[in-house]
Design a protein around this ligand. Structure first.
Ligand SMILES: *[C@@H]1O[C@H](CO)[C@@H](O)[C@H](O)[C@H]1NC(C)=O
Ligand SMILES: *[C@@H]1O[C@H](CO)[C@@H](O)[C@H](O)[C@H]1NC(C)=O
Ligand SMILES: *[C@@H]1O[C@H](CO)[C@@H](O)[C@H](O)[C@H]1NC(C)=O
Ligand SMILES: *[C@@H]1O[C@H](CO)[C@@H](O)[C@H](O)[C@H]1NC(C)=O
Ligand SMILES: *[C@@H]1O[C@H](CO)[C@@H](O)[C@H](O)[C@H]1NC(C)=O
Ligand SMILES: *[C@@H]1O[C@H](CO)[C@@H](O)[C@H](O)[C@H]1NC(C)=O
Ligand SMILES: *[C@@H]1O[C@H](CO)[C@@H](O)[C@H](O)[C@H]1NC(C)=O
Ligand SMILES: *[C@@H]1O[C@H](CO)[C@@H](O)[C@H](O)[C@H]1NC(C)=O
Ligand SMILES: *[C@@H]1O[C@H](CO)[C@@H](O)[C@H](O)[C@H]1NC(C)=O
Ligand SMILES: *[C@@H]1O[C@H](CO)[C@@H](O)[C@H](O)[C@H]1NC(C)=O
Length: 796
């Protein structure tokens, strides 16, 4: 982590446009062994300032990675071990042959299995120059699906280094009407100080390419599917900063989110509108100790597990693959998870103790909260400006998922809604910016707190194939031996009883119980030609709900059945997003829009006119870590007779018995287990929500002020939705009593599209600033530091 003074220096460095000094790249360090690229990287770490996560030039890291020779034998075994998990991905046929509108507006087709076949062919003929080239293609073969629930991050791609740039950017409109232009965030920041020394000049090109084309192309490395949401994710964004290491940091341009796995080249050259061109050295963060690393061989010995260490569910010794504990900084999931009834997905538990308090420091750029939670996953605010007295703001950048926090989340919503009503607030902004999801039933709880009289539709389905069928048969049979009762003393029995693989859990489309496992499994074909389970809905009055919700009863049911009063009319609520709304966030917004009729506002988007989507992240209804899939298979074997085991062995069930995918992954891999299906879409077509494009009701451009103080965004949202001021919608409109201005006027000048583009950032000078602001802005995506857990979450 850089110190505040270094961050400031970086800002001033940018201000002075200090070009790269040649010796930054070519300095010879004392411990350098010039004979190997990995020894050079190791020497650079030794010479770097001491830090928990040291930083070295990106090129040195890349050269080290690409010096590892291909091990085709290990590669073929890795591919073979991955294939069964991919069968659980619910959208394989839809990805291969998506609807025309999705292809036109969102993403092109992706043949996930075909990609694996292609890689296998190239491995067999040893076409890869080195191990990294193979693993990079393997990584991208999943990444191109743009499904935030689907990932496999190989060891060399994500476990040794993370890449980044050093110049965070923002995209802002001068007046909220002209098309936005790109600026260095440090320039915008300095211009907001009373002692500012210059006006920011827009970025016009990066590495010789036009800035829009460059950044749109770069944005495609992101996990979201929507192109405008991806574009927003390139930039510095206060709600993302508020999440600390569990958000996408200062944006994908500087290595936030999935961009941390992409080598950005040795340097980045930025040309500004005033004619200045500056070159910046790109960086690699070093995640493991390179002290003992002299070459590719020693790197492999320490950090790559080529030889299989477990089979037939014999667990590997967690110590053995990586040597001593302090050498390994990244988390690798290698062991089978132990189910914990308080956590919705068995596997990752954490022990963060938090509670609501209004004394915690608000995130940078946020005003003092009325109520908040220490991780800032949820907060309640009022807008402290004349004209906005009626407006309350509920910020939810995450549906948490960390065990123990669900109760706080539920309580904060209840308390804030009550406080806001008592304070005479009549309008509510729900700010979901940067929300990658979390616990599924927490999204349902929030919906029910707002609309107690509406029964959530929330239907989902999973892909029908051998493994879930056998697991469901076995789980359903075992569960039948126990009452559906929290008092069952045996914890592992509760795991079977409360599981989706027990047909007695959940309800069908008509909210009736399933009659048998085959009734739930169903195995019907949809329009894509693949086979699926019945549509499944949550039984929210189930007494076992707390086992699937991280400990809470959903509002409106069980001991919260007495909550019946709707706090705000639907027309007095508006949902605000930056397109980064994924997983549980999409389940929540689907209920809010489709069932309650609440309107949406989407911020930012590409620098072009027209409507954009509010919901740009994965709309899958349930993510499964591969380790949980393996756990399910293992648990099913454990409860089976020898005859059943022999029968399983002859099927897909026999293919999950090694630990290779976990040993070769930098962080735990995931699949999208369930599709979300909209009410009315059941039957013939059953299109997964992931493949549906939908415009937000209103689109608002970011201004410079919004990148410094989030209240400016809330004011624009209130103006547009509730008529507190002139609507700021540049596409669509909600009304709220105020006139909606037309889309940007044609302008013969700078834009090829004939629409006026901002020339200036128009930065307001802001008053007193807190100490330590710089340090708190400097976060990057570090999953090892984040406490993330949830059955409906997309990892940053
Ligand atoms: C440099 O690397 C080579 C090849 O791995 C090794 O044989 C040699 O001992 C190393 N020299 C030093 C000084 O570390
Ligand atoms: C390549 O991988 C295999 C396991 O698949 C392993 O036995 C072998 O030692 C590896 N080769 C090298 C050079 O590491
Ligand atoms: C402007 O003021 C800030 C905050 O007091 C300070 O950190 C910064 O160094 C000043 N910048 C210049 C150019 O004097
Ligand atoms: C041009 O603009 C950039 C970015 O705002 C700034 O860093 C640089 O100092 C400016 N150059 C000149 C010569 O003013
Ligand atoms: C960006 O463009 C380059 C070629 O200009 C291409 O190689 C690269 O794959 C593109 N990136 C993405 C994410 O599409
Ligand atoms: C708990 O239930 C599981 C599943 O039926 C069973 O295998 C196990 O023996 C039970 N344990 C105890 C202590 O009863
Ligand atoms: C839902 O769960 C409750 C309690 O576990 C159960 O009694 C009921 O049959 C289930 N199904 C429906 C349709 O309510
Ligand atoms: C959920 O509600 C039931 C009553 O319906 C109650 O027995 C149980 O204690 C509640 N659980 C929690 C965690 O509040
Ligand atoms: C619902 O009942 C609980 C006690 O069971 C009580 O604490 C709470 O205030 C009640 N809520 C409402 C809205 O009546
Ligand atoms: C199932 O296959 C495993 C090897 O993967 C073998 O060890 C085991 O004996 C087989 N079980 C039966 C019942 O055939």
């Amino acid at each position: 982590m850089r110190s505040p003074s270094v961050w400031l220096a970086a800002c001033i460095g940018l201000a002075a446009a200090s070009p790269l000094r040649p010796h930054d790249v070519h300095t010879l360090y004392p411990r350098q062994n010039a004979s190997t690229p990995c020894a050079l990287a190791s020497a650079a770490v030794a010479a770097a300032p001491r830090a928990a996560v040291p930083t070295i030039p990106a090129e040195l890291a890349y050269n080290c990675l690409t010096s590892v020779p291909l091990n085709a034998t290990a590669g073929l075994r890795l591919l073979e071990s991955i294939r069964p998990y991919i069968q659980w991905q619910s959208t394989l046929t839809w990805l291969k042959n998506p609807p025309a509108e999705y292809v036109e507006k969102v993403q092109g087709p992706v043949d996930v299995i075909g990609n694996l076949d292609k890689i296998e062919g190239k491995l067999q003929s040893k076409e890869y120059l080195n191990e990294y080239e193979f693993l990079w293609e393997l990584y991208t073969s999943f990444a191109v699906a743009h499904d935030g629930h689907l990932n496999f991050i190989p060891d060399l791609v994500g476990g040794i280094f993370n890449f980044g740039r050093t110049v965070p950017l923002v995209s802002v409109s001068e007046d909220g009407k002209k098309l936005p232009a790109v600026f260095a965030y440090a320039d915008v920041l300095q211009a907001s100080f009373p002692n500012k020394t210059y006006e920011p000049s827009a970025v016009v090109s990066i590495d010789g390419q036009g800035v829009n084309a460059f950044l749109q192309n770069w944005s495609q490395w992101g996990s979201l599917q929507d192109r405008d949401a991806l574009y927003n994710n390139v930039f510095f964004n206060l709600p993302s900063i508020s999440l600390g290491p569990s958000g996408s940091g200062q944006g994908m341009f500087v290595g936030g989110g999935r961009a941390r796995w992409v080598y950005p080249g040795p340097t980045t050259e930025i040309t500004f509108a005033n004619g200045t061109t500056s070159t910046y050295q790109n960086i690699a963060r070093v995640l493991v100790s390179l002290r003992q690393v002299q070459d590719a061989r020693t790197l492999v010995e320490q950090y790559i597990t080529y030889s299989e260490t477990g089979s037939d569910f014999v667990r590997p010794d967690p110590q053995s693959p990586h040597g001593s504990g302090d050498e390994v900084i990244t988390e690798t999931v290698t062991a089978t998870p132990i189910p914990d009834p308080t956590v919705s997905v068995p596997g990752v538990t954490s022990t963060v103790a938090v509670g609501p308090t209004s004394t915690v420091t608000p995130p940078p750029g946020y005003p003092a909260p009325v109520i908040t939670q220490t991780l800032n996953y949820i907060g309640g605010y009022y807008i402290d400006d004349a004209g906005y007295e009626d407006v309350a703001v509920l910020t939810i950048p995450s549906f948490v998922g960390v065990s123990g926090v669900q109760e706080d989340f539920q309580r904060i919503v209840t308390e804030f809604l009550a406080l806001a009503k008592a304070a005479g607030k009549t309008k509510l902004i729900i700010d979901l910016q940067a929300n990658g999801g979390g616990t599924i039933l927490l999204g349902h709880d929030l919906f029910k707190q707002l609309f107690p009289s509406i029964e959530p539709f929330s239907a989902s389905r999973f892909r029908a194939h051998d493994a879930p069928n056998f697991i469901g048969q076995q789980y359903s049979e075992l569960a039948g031996q126990y009452p559906r009762d929290l008092d069952v003393a045996n914890r592992s029995a509760l795991e079977y009883v409360s599981s989706v693989f027990n047909y007695r859990s959940d309800v069908d489309l008509n909210r009736e119980n399933f009659e048998s496992w085959s009734d739930k499994y169903d195995q019907h074909k949809d329009a894509s030609g693949d086979t699926f389970s019945s549509l499944i809905r949550w039984n929210l009055s189930d007494v076992l709900t707390p086992l699937n919700s991280g400990g809470i009863n959903v509002t409106g049911y069980n001991n919260r059945a007495n909550v019946t009063e709707q706090p705000f009319a639907a027309s007095d609520i508006v949902i605000l997003t930056d397109g980064y709304c994924a997983s549980t966030c999409t389940l929540f917004t689907e209920m809010m829009r489709q069932q309650a009729g609440v309107k949406t506002i989407a911020m930012g988007g590409r620098s072009q006119p027209g409507p954009i989507q509010a919901i740009g992240g994965v709309k899958g209804a349930n993510v499964f870590p591969w380790s949980y899939v393996q756990y399910l298979v293992e648990a099913t074997y454990a409860e089976s007779t020898e005859e059943e085991k022999a029968a399983y062995n002859a099927t897909e069930m026999g293919l999950y018995k090694n630990y290779i995918p976990f040993e070769r992954a930098a962080i735990g891999p995931n699949v999208n287990f369930r599709d979300a299906i909209r009410e009315g879409d059941e039957g013939e077509r059953e299109v997964p929500q992931q493949f549906v494009w939908e415009a937000a009701d209103c689109r608002i451009f970011y201004t410079a002020e919004m990148t410094l103080a989030v209240e400016a965004t809330w004011r624009a949202a209130a103006d547009s939705a509730f008529g507190t001021g002139e609507s700021k919608c540049v596409a669509g409109g909600i009304g709220g009593g105020a006139p909606v201005p037309p889309v940007p006027k044609p302008y013969g000048g700078r834009s090829r599209r004939g629409v006026e583009v901002s020339r200036r950032a128009a930065v307001p000078v802001l008053g007193r600033r807190e100490e330590g602001l710089w340090e708190r802005l400097d976060v990057w995506t570090n999953i090892a530091e984040a406490n993330l857990d949830g059955d409906g979450i997309m990892l940053p």
